[in-house]
Design a protein around this ligand. Sequence first.
Ligand code: BG6
Length: 305
Amino acid sequence: MTGLDREAARLQERFGRPGVILFEAGALGGVVAVLRAGDGVCVVALQGAQVLSWIPQPAEPDVLWLSPMSKLGTGKALRGGIPVCWPWFGPYTDATAGLPAHGFVRTAAWTVESTSATQDRTALTLGVALTEQQQTIAGHLSATLRVTLGTELELYLTTANAGTTPVTISEALHSYFAVGDIENAYVTGLDGRSYLDQLTGLEAVQNGPVTFDRETDRIYWDTSGSLAVGDKTVKRAIGIASAGSASTVVWNPWLEKSARLGDMPPGSHRHMLCVETANAGPRSAVVIAPGQTHTLSCRISSNKT
Ligand code: BG6
């Protein structure tokens, strides 16, 4: 028995629920929780509290894309699923500080706080607190991620400020959705919204659905509500209903950038599309008062079209 097997067995004894929540030492080299509800199955890595897979029905392809080059426990964030970017999104404001992009917790070991199951919903809550050294940079913060699986997949990222001064954060549930072919995929629900094009630094206004024929990296503002990823190849629409979110990031690295990233096989940019429920960029950072909490959430659905 390896150390990972022992850790999975310990968690199973304390938090596992026969038939609906199983902790196992996953093939990716880390402990994962496998949640089941109805016909759906969802896999969550304890590293980074990262949802790796959601298959709503046995015959349906995964709603989430995960790079086949992914490996847990390497000190590097996994490419795919739903990474948690927290307590900042993108590069740290002071580029000279040498801090990781997308915050401290993508590679952190989150702890299991609780599990629950009813007849049609299964839930897992993971938690993480900043270390003392991280607190000197980002404030006296802790976070929980609650993942609830039913006919839909829901994620609630709650930040608590236990300090004595207000703390400003940015964050994202950085969902990598699986699409049949990026040039046959589109995002609805952003028509008329203004966005920052992160590739040019310019602001623009969206006209119609967002479509893709090149590298795209945008932060759309004032986007709380419902969006969808349409996929003409797989013939499904992935719905994303967010709350506590003032912005949405839409990202596809396309050919050259994905080759530079080093953890995406050639051509795999065609099969993924990030539509991220966020509070990202200067216009949507969140200020959390001492003793207060803030929750960012998304509810993801999958519908045949
Ligand atoms: C997106 C950003 O959310 O994440 C991109 O908008 C960034 O600018 C991408 O390149 C991936 O980031 P990382 O750190 O996972 O390579």
